[in-house]
Design a protein around this ligand. Sequence first.
Ligand code: FES
Length: 205
Amino acid sequence: MAQAQQTTGARSAAGRIEHARQQEARRVARRSFLRVSVFAGLTLSVGGLLAGFLGFFNLRNPTGFGGTVTVPKGAIPQPGGEPYRVSEGKFWLVNLAGAEGDVLDAGGSGGLLALYWKCPHLGCSVPWNGTLTGVAGFAGITGWFLCPCHGSTYSKAGIRVAGPAPRPMDTMELSVNSDGSVNVNTGKIEAGDEDNPLRAIAYSG
Ligand code: FES
């Protein structure tokens, strides 16, 4: 009898231990689940905030100066026409007719060129003067970019022919879209050089 009672007591003790062990295992599992949930929640929140930030400032696909600026087909000058000023991208879009603007005979054959309007001398914005003529050495050419600050003078291809600027006007990367519009990457600026006219991209509209 006493032996039977001992056996029953041992069994119930073992049951209590097993029950306690299962409860502890459940507590551990619950804590792990909570930790994972909190971490996932934080990750989603930070990701959402970051996406919102990038979206707000449009950093993933910037437009305007520093990003890509699209010039619609209708705004693109005819070959030999007046340069088109694109304020949003701080550049002039020119459509050179043949060797137009290639005043140093680099071998240009025309096309579209995006000229950064910032003067390579001290940074003034350079306007186009479509009636300016009589530039020394180039009396037969009408129409020049003329810097209002110190008089640097540039051909339609941005080649410097007078003034203190150390080089021709800088150019921006340009590509033609299938619909005839043009993308200018204002974040990709190349220092101007005598080969500016050779950087022009052929354009047929
Ligand atoms: S800033 Fe243009 S010539 Fe000086």
